[in-house]
Design a protein around this ligand. Sequence first.
Ligand SMILES: [Zn+2]
Length: 111
Amino acid sequence: MDNIEDLFFESLSESEPQISEASAPSRLKAKIYSVLVRRQAQSGPLATLSSSQDSGRSLCIFEQLVQISPLPDRVQSFNYCQVCHARLLAEYFENAPIYWSGCPYVRFQNR
Ligand SMILES: [Zn+2]
């Protein structure tokens, strides 16, 4: 029969470490994103919607509507998600009920 110390160390080695994955609140991530994009826009024009999409970023539904319209580049460089109601939901509600693909605020939800 094993002694009590052997049993104790065997039970320690068999148990999985309980490490919980900490995640920042989705509201905080949304607010930080909004500030970063605002500051980026202050330093110069943002990338156009087409160049953003070409670099691998998905466009949200509102950005897609602007992209298919015949508007000049300076209008295509505006951050439309800044005036989208998804931004407000994401900044004020944890795990906001927004689901449309391509919107950066959806990606910040902890789901
Ligand atoms: Zn959006």
